[in-house]
Design a protein around this ligand. Structure first.
Ligand SMILES: *Cc1c(COP(=O)(O)O)cnc(C)c1O
Length: 421
């Protein structure tokens, strides 16, 4: 459920008409709903009621400071995967003890910054990284709390580019080697082993792969305890999928996910951490774009819009589907047209949808890409020298620009000219 609904024939974000935001900031732009962000965070928080837990928002999904502050105010922890994300979490006022550091290639600088600023735990992804964290911690006279990310060799049944839990993926340590790696960790004085971490992929639409992985984690918890390790925290990653197509079957709900977690891992008596990103931000954001031209092709009509693959890369990168809706509500019963919806970038990959049914449209009409809140703005670039598009946050009847559109001059002035030119 989200808060982008038609009211009196016009698309609104909460209590603000999308057309009003478009008039104020120009197109294209991202628009997020505070109520939807908050609702989704609470769904996870409530799903784990009754067990000691922390929901750490995986901020790589959408990392604008205003979004982070919105979630931090509800008590969210943050899952970060770079020094930049760590700095963003701190800047948003999230205390170190609520920040989890994930990612396969943490540098010594990043490790040092997190140990100095405070960190809940590092999720270690390899033995060389474990040694590096130990060395940096010893240098700083600190002890780094760690979990080891295990790779359970489970098929997440999702797009290959976002599956992370098979043995062929670069993530984690093979679960078969976990006991050796934990023994190694326990011998390092700069580390304190506190738990186990797993994350098998993103946009999972079934609970079964999660359950397979979590059963392996339950078994490993018992083995490691028998080996003498204190396992008090289980980080179960993110990955619960969202309904990108309203007309299709819906993925499991957070409450069902939470119930499964309690059933499979409750008996271990550990503190539970989860790291949802997409489900919190995905349906809390849309991208709004304007039709520039309607162009007749040989056998099809193209809707050329002012948003492009540099602004929203998911269709080009993952063959992803986004529902696309007009900002003026279609007249009920009116036969829709079919369009190939494309951006202006000089690549055929800059195609958002082919043969998509949409109300008959004309130049100047506004259309919205739904479910664009996660992995949208954060993956955008200035390819084709198209400045980053603005982000707007709505809260009830108010809206604010939370990242403005840079001018051409600002974009160009980030380059510098060497003295010999
Ligand atoms: C990407 C990622 C997440 C979030 O995944 P979603 O599908 O957005 O929920 C969580 N944990 C880790 C380690 C990740 O890399």
């Amino acid at each position: 459920m989200d808060h982008f609904l038609y009211r009196d024939g016009a698309l609104y974000a909460e209590d603000v008409p999308i057309s009003e935001i478009a008039a104020a900031v120009g197109t294209p732009f991202y628009c997020y709903s505070t109520a939807t962000l908050e609702r989704h965070f609470r769904l996870f928080d409530e799903a784990l009621e009754g067990v000691d837990h922390l929901v750490c928002y995986a901020m790589k999904a959408a990392s604008n400071q205003a979004i982070l502050k919105t979630l931090a105010a509800l008590g969210a922890g943050m899952d970060v995967v770079s020094g930049g994300e760590y700095a963003r979490a701190i800047a948003a006022g999230v205390p170190g003890e609520r920040i989890v550091f994930s990612g396969v290639g943490k540098t010594r600088e990043e490790i040092s910054a997190a140990l100095t600023g405070g960190i809940r735990q590092f999720n270690v992804e390899s033995e060389p990284e474990m040694e590096a964290i130990n060395a940096v911690a010893l240098e700083l006279g600190k002890v780094a709390p760690i979990t080891v990310r295990v790779n359970p060799d489970v098929d997440a049944k999702t797009h290959a580019k976002i599956a992370t839990g098979k043995s062929e993926n670069k993530f984690g340590i093979p679960i078969s080697r976990a006991r050796d790696v934990y023994a190694h960790a326990a011998s390092l004085k700069g580390l304190k082993v506190i738990g186990i971490d797993v994350h098998i992929g993103s946009q999972l639409t079934e609970l079964e792969p999660f359950e397979l992985a979590y059963n392996k984690v339950a078994e490993l918890t018992e083995q490691l305890r028998a080996d003498g390790h204190e396992i008090t925290r289980l980080d179960l990653g993110g990955g619960l999928g969202i309904p990108y197509e309203r007309s299709n079957s819906a993925p499991p709900l957070p409450v069902e996910y939470g119930a499964m977690i309690k059933r499979v891992l409750g008996p271990q008596g550990c503190e539970i951490e989860i790291e949802p990103g997409r489900l919190i931000a995905g349906n809390a954001g849309i991208m709004v774009t304007e039709v520039i031209y309607v162009k007749e092709g040989e056998d099809r009509e193209f809707l050329i819009v002012d948003g492009a693959m540099n602004d929203l890369i998911r269709p080009a990168m993952y063959e992803a589907h986004h529902d696309i809706v007009p900002v003026v509500e279609p007249v009920p019963g009116e036969e829709p047209a079919r369009y190939d919806i494309v951006g202006p970038v000089c690549e055929s990959g800059d195609t958002f949808a082919k043969g998509r049914a949409l109300a008959t449209s004309k130049a100047g009409d506004l259309i919205a890409f739904r479910s664009a809140g996660a992995y949208g703005a954060v993956m955008s670039s200035e390819y084709n020298s198209r400045p980053l598009i603005p982000e707007v946050l709505v809260n009830g009847d108010q809206f604010a620009v939370i990242r403005r559109r840079p001018s051409y001059e600002e974009m160009i002035n980030r380059d510098s000219i060497p003295t010999w030119l």
